[in-house]
Design a protein around this ligand. Sequence first.
Ligand code: FEO
Length: 173
Amino acid sequence: MLSKKMEKAFNDQINAELYSSYLYLSMSACFSAMNFEGFAQWMKSQALEESVHAMKIYHYVIERGGDVTLQPIDGPDTKWDTPLAAFEAAYAHEQYVTGRINDLMNLAIKEKDHAATIFLQWFVSEQVEEEATADGIVKKLKLVGDKGNGLFMIDRELGARTANFAALAGGGE
Ligand code: FEO
């Protein structure tokens, strides 16, 4: 059984993950409007992965006998002037999410909820990957600057990403 404090914190994190999905979908729409279809595809996949993160927590709360209480999702920004601006915002957002996951882990430790600490370990590792990926793209974009050729190549490279639909269907990784 989840403590009420853990239940509330997990519900807040479901909301934060769904907001992340909203944010990346909004970035995807912005890239589509700019005709950067590769960046748009990458962000759409990222949005779907954030839904998977939300669903992992959703299932976990229910499995632990807690109540899922869905909350309103804030509207994300809708416009970024350049791919670099969007990916810098994505990187900053992932750093924020890492902070939230660390807070959740600290709470699980404080509450002596050993099961929750094991569950949260996946998210701790995932955040390392999420930050590294976003940071890597920011660095590449800084390297090419506003050169059309370089941007076109990164757009094409990121367009190869496809979401993990099997995980989406199963609520797994
Ligand atoms: Fe669910 Fe991108 O962290």
